[in-house]
Design a protein around this ligand. Structure first.
Ligand code: FMN
Length: 555
């Protein structure tokens, strides 16, 4: 009679025999595959490495791919990675989670690197009780429905298509909670934008998704329909974006789902490629015409987004504004940095085209001052401005508002996997695959989006108070220094000296400049001059006159 011990022993022995047979079978299979791969590799003609190193050459691609993750998690130092290093990402993650964001022991930032910005503190910082929140500013005083908002930090354009439904829902809810605006990006308006009562900036991309007629031209009727939504506060004409100046939006075929195809009016599963410029805007006059048309049809402020390159162009634009009259001006200019982000772009444009914000933002602000249009045209800056210091720098230079795309992606949980163009985003932000979207719980992330805006604004305030001003909008260029190659620092006011020339319009400006609507920030009267012809800068200035008929400028 078999005992319990014997039957257990038999079972173990049989299992062991089975496992060893399986092991031999797997090894045999692997050896067979090795022989097959060796023959295939050494005879194929397309890859030199596999032909010269059969079988092991195959692992190169795998290691390259794994290397991305190993470097990020094990080898990269806190301040090393691009586009955003771990210190920057962690600041956003912690701000978004609303957990303690203080650091200990000492700075890991190397303060001797040329180009670093250091703020200069005041011996007598602003007391908490004297601090004031950012003052509201009005955009588009000549539009039928100007837009007034106090917040400094807003969400930059990312189309529905480039980002997923839960990501968009979280951004829209978070923006509504935080009181900031959400830019639709160039993919049109969806119910996910509208459902949460968020302030929206509708972007008109070069394909005019959402506002085009059946022939692809801008439709006044569609514009009116979009403007009829009270949530839509402004319109932004996209001329270019930092990551790909001279190229329109690209939505890879894998991301063109039936829903997105329907919203855009394009075929499912085919690359969505926008024209590389607005077909109807081939020169400055046509740009001003388009701005005027959209403003007239919608009644809302209209501006444009651009990455500056050939900046001599600003003289032509602002000269023409003078020639046509101040009401014709764009209500805002969004200047995007050459190192801005994107869902997909050709590498030469991403790496090598356009001016970075450090060059273009001071240039734009100075040009607006020269032309006496600084108060009329609001400046929105974007491009890697994701931490309080980045935002404070842009305010020092003269930006009115700051927008970010990737900062908000981090708030949603982005791990910088660099897969936005592949529909495989592991955090569900830039993919339409349900299995990845599952991880992105929109209500939870909406709270994080709002906390990010609130904590960032709070810490920009901390910088401002340390500099001795009451509110972030009072920051000026002399509040920050730039580290130079010899280790010394130079004030931003000296590094980017304001232009000495002042353009004087030969036109009469409206007597009733709607200053009551302009929301001039406390303490910023020096920047926001009451009249373009008001007190000029002193004896060294050189006045230039604009010829009203042509917009030409002459001394
Ligand atoms: C996923 C993604 C999608 C974007 N889509 C648009 C778009 O539709 N229109 C646009 O003007 N810019 C688009 N951008 C650019 C951003 O609006 C922004 O100008 C740029 O990323 C710089 O800001 P950041 O450095 O804070 O990301 C996109 C950026 C990302 C990362």
């Amino acid at each position: 009679m078999l005992t319990l011990f014997d039957s257990t022993e038999n079972f173990l022995l049989t299992s062991l025999q089975l496992m060893s047979a399986l092991f031999i079978f797997v090894i045999g299979l692997a050896a067979l595959w090795g022989v097959y791969a060796f023959i295939v590799d050494s005879t194929q003609k397309t890859q030199a490495i596999r032909r010269n190193y059969p079988v092991i050459g195959r692992f190169r691609a795998l290691f390259e791919r794994l290397g991305e993750f190993f470097r990020q998690y094990f080898f990269a130092m806190d301040r090393e990675e691009l586009p955003f290093n771990r210190a920057q990402r962690n600041w956003v993650y912690r701000a978004a989670k609303d957990v303690d964001n203080t650091v200990a022991f000492g700075s890991t930032r190397n303060l001797t690197v040329p180009g670093q910005v250091i703020f200069v503190n005041c011996p007598f910082p602003t007391l908490g009780e004297d601090a004031v929140p950012p003052q509201p500013l009005t955009i588009g005083p000549f539009a039928r429905q100007p837009y007034t908002i106090a917040g400094l930090f807003h969400i930059s354009g990312m189309s529905y298509g480039a980002i997923s439904k839960p990501a968009l829902e979280a951004l829209a809810s978070g923006a509504a909670k935080a009181g900031c605006w959400l830019n639709t990006g160039e993919g049109g308006l969806t119910r996910y934008h509208l459902e949460r009562g968020t302030d929206l900036v509708f972007q008109i991309g070069t394909a005019k998704y959402g506002v085009r007629d059946s022939a692809g031209n801008l439709s006044d009727e569609r514009l009116q329909a979009v403007a009829a939504h009270p949530q839509v506060r402004m319109f932004e004409i996209k001329l270019s974006q930092g990551a790909k100046p001279g190229k329109g939006g690209i939505l890879p075929a894998a991301k063109v789902t039936p829903e997105i195809a329907e919203i855009r009016g394009i075929p499912v599963g085919v690359d969505s490629i926008s024209p590389n410029r607005h077909p109807d805007v081939g020169n400055t006059a046509e740009l001003l015409d388009l701005i005027e048309r959209v403003r007239r049809v919608t009644g809302k402020p209209v501006g444009f987004k651009v990455v500056l390159g050939a900046y001599g162009w600003l003289d032509e634009l602002l000269g023409m504004v003078h020639a046509r009259g101040v009401a014709s001006a764009p209500d805002f200019i969004t200047v995007d940095s050459a190192d801005g982000g994107t869902g997909a772009a050709p590498m030469p444009l991403m790496d090598d085209m356009g001016l970075p914000l450090r060059v273009s933002l001071p240039m734009l602000v100075d040009k607006l001052n020269e032309y006496g249009l600084r108060e009329r045209i609001r400046v929105i800056a974007s491009g890697k401005l994701i931490t309080p210091a980045d935002v404070a720098w842009a305010l020092c230079i003269g930006a009115d508002f700051i927008t970010s795309a990737r900062g908000f992606m981090f708030a949603l949980g982005c791990i910088q996997a660099l897969q936005c163009n592949k529909n495989t985003c592991p955090t569900g932000i830039t993919t339409h695959q349900r299995k990845f979207q599952r991880g992105l719980h929109a209500p939870t992330k909406a709270v994080r989006v709002a906390a990010y805006v609130q904590n960032l604004s709070k810490e920009v305030g901390i910088i401002a108070h340390s500099c001795g001003v009451r509110s972030p909008r009072e920051l000026r260029r002399f509040h920050a220094h730039l580290v130079q190659a010899d280790g010394r620092t130079i004030g931003l006011d000296q590094f980017y000296p304001e232009s000495e020339r002042q353009i004087v319009a030969a036109l009469s400006w409206p007597q009733t400049w709607p200053r009551d609507q302009m929301g001039v920030a406390q303490g910023s009267e020096d920047r926001l001059r009451p009249s373009p012809l008001g007190p000029l800068r002193g004896p060294s200035q050189r006045d230039l006159i604009i010829q009203p008929a042509t917009g030409d400028i002459f001394p």
